[in-house]
Write a protein that binds this ligand. Structure first.
Ligand code: HEM
Ligand SMILES: *[C@@H]1O[C@H](CO)[C@@H](O)[C@H](O)[C@H]1NC(C)=O
Ligand SMILES: *[C@@H]1O[C@H](CO)[C@@H](O)[C@H](O)[C@H]1NC(C)=O
Ligand SMILES: *[C@@H]1O[C@H](CO)[C@@H](O)[C@H](O)[C@H]1NC(C)=O
Length: 318
């Protein structure tokens, strides 16, 4: 009996430890030290999105591109120096990721309201992503906080870890799996493409050469994305790029996905069913999107004494 009791106690301890391993972050992390931080971030994000609705999309993408490269540690925000090879110059980011000035502004205002630099840049990215989704009509979720900022960045890691729009389903599944994310996370998070725009060069092959594409849709897209030239011309990733809705998934079912990697999620493979579910059930999409955003936000976070809290999100404190 005694040994069974001890065994049960051990099981409980192990479970409790496992729970803390998943939740070293907490939505209430800054509640005592700076209760006005979250309303401040929300205010700056809302103003930026009001000024330009695409900014919501751009800020959401920044959190994704941060988390997929050595974890959610704001490594993406560091500018190049003699020792930092900025991730901003990686293939997926160069001339593409945007919104860094808004993050700078948030950092300034949050540090001011908090009276000292206590709020990390990595947490700012996570909260700004959530507030962007909400500003564009999506449902809200609690963002676990307490990430610290990296002292390094890696352009080569960004080049190898950020997914390419030319990937097929197995490559996308593998890419997400290496981040600890499953097929459900892949489909739900790809729903981020309900917001924002892509440049012509990222989908040219698809609209000229692919067969799993609606004819009228391809023709329409070719009008602003010529075979030659026009590389940077933008097209919306779904028909309502400033509205967080299920149009992205409806489009996939109609073979109107813009990127090759988008349509790969509905092309006769294992993710077809889930795409269909999300296209018909906005609540299911919203709930899964939130769950997967939290999961993505947990990737290799720095906590405790690891890393630092930057003063300027673009620079390491030496
Ligand atoms: C599944 C793999 C993914 C691939 C291959 C991919 C690829 C791309 C590409 C090529 C663009 C257009 C960039 C440009 O033309 O400059 C883009 C835009 C965007 N992506 Fe993704 N993406 C993926 C997943 C995600 C995820 C998980 C999110 C967020 C949860 C996301 C959010 C966005 C947003 C919001 C935009 C528009 C940004 C803007 O308008 O500024 N993407 N993505
Ligand atoms: C980014 O834009 C600059 C300036 O227009 C250009 O010189 C450079 O080649 C571009 N880089 C990429 C990867 O498109
Ligand atoms: C346009 O994009 C294609 C495909 O990425 C690239 O090969 C080509 O060099 C680009 N053209 C210009 C003018 O940047
Ligand atoms: C499409 O396919 C043709 C023939 O296979 C090829 O020459 C071309 O480079 C491909 N890409 C585009 C954008 O047309």
């Amino acid at each position: 009996m005694a040994s069974r009791g001890a065994f049960q106690l051990n099981v409980i301890l192990v479970l409790a430890l496992a729970a803390t391993a998943f939740s070293t972050l907490s939505p209430y992390y800054y509640q005592d030290v700076c209760p006005e931080a979250l309303p401040t971030i929300k205010r700056v994000v809302e103003a930026a999105v009001y000024n330009e609705r695409r900014m919501g999309a751009s800020l959401l993408r920044l959190h994704f591109h941060d988390c997929f490269v050595n974890g959610c540690d704001a490594s993406l925000l560091l500018d190049s120096t003699s020792t930092i090879d900025s991730e901003k110059n990686s293939r997926a980011n160069q001339n593409s990721t945007r919104g860094f000035e808004v993050i700078d502004q948030i950092k300034i205002e949050v540090d001011k309201i908090c009276g000292r630099p206590v709020f990390s840049c990595a947490d700012i990215l996570a909260v700004a992503a959530r507030d962007s989704v909400v500003a564009l009509g999506g449902s809200s979720w609690m963002v676990p906080l307490g990430r610290r900022d990296s002292t390094t960045a890696s352009r080569t890691q960004a080049d190898s870890d950020l997914p390419s729009p030319l990937m097929d389903l197995p490559a996308l599944i593998d890419n997400f799996k290496r981040q600890g994310l499953d097929e459900r996370d892949l489909v739900a998070l790809s729903g981020g493409h309900t917001l924002g725009f892509a440049q012509c060069f990222t989908f040219r092959d698809r609209i000229y050469n692919e067969t799993n594409i609606d004819d009228d849709f391809a023709e329409e897209r070719r009008k602003t994305c010529p075979r030659n030239g026009g590389n940077t011309t933008l097209a919306p990733l779904d028909p309502s790029p400033a509205r967080f809705d299920t149009a992205y998934f409806n489009n996939l079912v109609e073979e109107e996905g813009l990127l090759h990697s988008d349509q790969a999620l509905f092309n006769g493979g294992s993710t077809d069913e889930l795409v269909k579910t999300y296209s018909e059930n906005a609540r299911a999409f919203s709930a899964d999107f939130a769950k997967s955003m939290v999961k993505m936000g947990n990737i290799k976070v720095l906590t405790g004494e690891a890393g630092q809290i930057r003063l300027n999100c673009r620079k390491v404190i030496n």
